[in-house]
Write a protein that binds this ligand. Structure first.
Ligand code: FCB
Length: 446
């Protein structure tokens, strides 16, 4: 075990108002897949496609958070965090994605928000963490349909009418690149489509839906911060060759600039539009302006860098590097470099690291999970954030992914990201070493 930094020393490197949190998403933890009038989502459908999920897992039970809300709230409070990031399941609120509200679904999120506030924890909500109402995909084209963006803005309004007075932060989307590219181009996530043209049209509609929702939410005069959450895996070329540099630049454009340029510069990057050719999305007059409506914050989810070459456009690790159980390279430096690059290239609103964390093969032994590697991963990435702050980047908060082990999408339940262990046969929660360490960091006198 490597030497641990004294927690107070690390803690002192952050501003006193810095937000410390943990994150989850609805589909990954809630379970209760058809309880109280909830409609199916595209992930409920996708989990039933043979071979789609590595261990055959589904979201039917997950961590059963829906039925364990109060004790999970106590667990979150016990960690000493100042904020909790969660997502709202659209088909729980609107079972088919349009029309009447499913009251028990919305009431669940109201209990969650009120339960957080009662425990002095700030609610950071996300409207869309990939669980599109299945009906919109089955019969209306999903995100390929422009209409879905308008449905999303209506859903945003429904949620904000009920909860907007109590939320501290509201993000429209979590990682639109994942929704578009993994869902519609590579087909490894729901809805499992493999078509580049559809994927880029979907990405445009996802961003458009963000803009439409921002317009509606702004019009409501909410006090909470409004923004969006993006995944970023900084890309570097595998070698010094010109061809690898070219591929790295393209991958950077598809992964990062496609979203940051549209949101914060008002136009898609020209090199990627040219590269896409006939697969570039159809854009209507006024779309670009809507997408670039000012945000109060941008959330960044960072896990690992990407290495790009002509033979392999996007590999998550350099050979020989330390990797997590996902095969993702552990590279905290790349997080501080990313933050500095964003500061140089864009005029961004305040940044939150809305996700960062690691999967490891934890062993539960005699009531303990000694996940030193995860603790070191989190610690080293916090040092990277502190360095970026010291160099002038406006980072306001950090959320560990994840509060607890949960359904890791196409990997099912085999990959554990939690700072709290979940025993899937009993659903018992046990705070891991990393969770105890995070709590000691948050409690450290500064
Ligand atoms: C991110 C997702 C999150 C989780 C982590 C490991 O891309 O937003 O739900 O699965 O990866």
């Amino acid at each position: 075990m490597t030497q641990q930094l004294p927690v107070a020393e690390l803690r002192r490197r952050f501003p006193s108002k810095f937000i410390w949190g943990v994150a989850t998403s609805a589909f990954q933890i809630e379970g209760a897949a058809s309880a109280d009038g909830k409609g199916a989502s595209i992930w409920d459908d996708f989990c039933r496609v043979p071979g789609a999920i590595a261990d055959g897992g589904t979201g039917d039970v997950a961590c059963d958070h829906y039925h364990r809300l109060e004790s999970d709230l106590d667990l979150i409070a016990d960690l000493g965090v100042s904020a909790y990031r969660f997502s709202i399941c659209w088909p729980r609120v609107q079972p088919t994605g349009t029309g009447p509200v499913n009251e028990p679904g919305l009431a669940f999120y109201e209990r969650l928000v009120d339960g957080l506030l009662k425990r002095n924890i700030q609610p950071y909500a996300t409207l869309y963490h990939w669980d599109l109402p299945a009906e919109l995909q089955r019969n209306h084209g999903g995100w390929l349909a422009r209409d879905t963006a308008y449905r999303f803005a209506e859903y945003a309004e429904v949620v904000a009418r009920r909860l907007g007075d109590r939320l501290v932060s509201l993000a429209t989307h979590n990682e639109p690149w994942v929704s578009a590219v993994l869902g519609y181009e590579r087909g490894v996530f729901a809805p499992g489509i493999k078509d580049r043209r559809i994927a880029y049209q979907a990405s445009h509609h996802l961003l458009l839906s963000h803009g439409l929702a921002m317009e509606v939410l702004r019009g409501m005069g909410l006090k909470c911060d409004l923004g969006i959450v993006l995944n970023m895996s900084p890309v570097s070329p595998a070698t010094d060759s010109e061809i690898d540099a070219h591929h790295a630049r393209l991958e950077d454009g598809r992964l990062i600039r496609w979203y940051t340029d549209a949101l914060f510069k008002g136009a898609y990057p020209q090199d990627i539009v040219e590269y896409l050719g006939a697969d570039a999305p159809r854009i209507e007059a006024g779309d670009a302006e809507l997408i670039a409506k000012p945000c109060d914050f941008v959330g960044i989810n960072y896990y690992h860098p990407t290495v790009s070459s002509s033979s392999n456009p996007a590999s998550p690790a350099t050979s020989g590097a330390a990797v997590t159980d996902m095969g993702w390279e552990v590279a905290p430096r790349s997080l501080s470099d990313l933050l500095l690059r964003l500061k140089r290239d864009y005029r961004l609103p305040p940044i939150y690291i809305t996700e960062n964390g690691a999967a490891y093969r934890d062993q539960y032994v005699n009531g303990r999970v000694d996940d030193e590697q995860r603790q070191q991963y989190i610690e080293s990435h916090l040092v990277a954030v502190a360095e970026a702050i010291e160099r002038g980047v406006d980072v306001r908060g950090y959320f560990v992914w994840s509060l607890m082990d949960n359904f890791e999408w196409a990997e099912g339940y085999r990959k554990r990201f939690g700072i709290v262990h979940v025993d899937y046969s009993t659903l018992r929660r046990t705070v891991k070493h990393s969770g105890l360490w995070y709590r000691s960091l948050l409690r450290a006198a500064i």
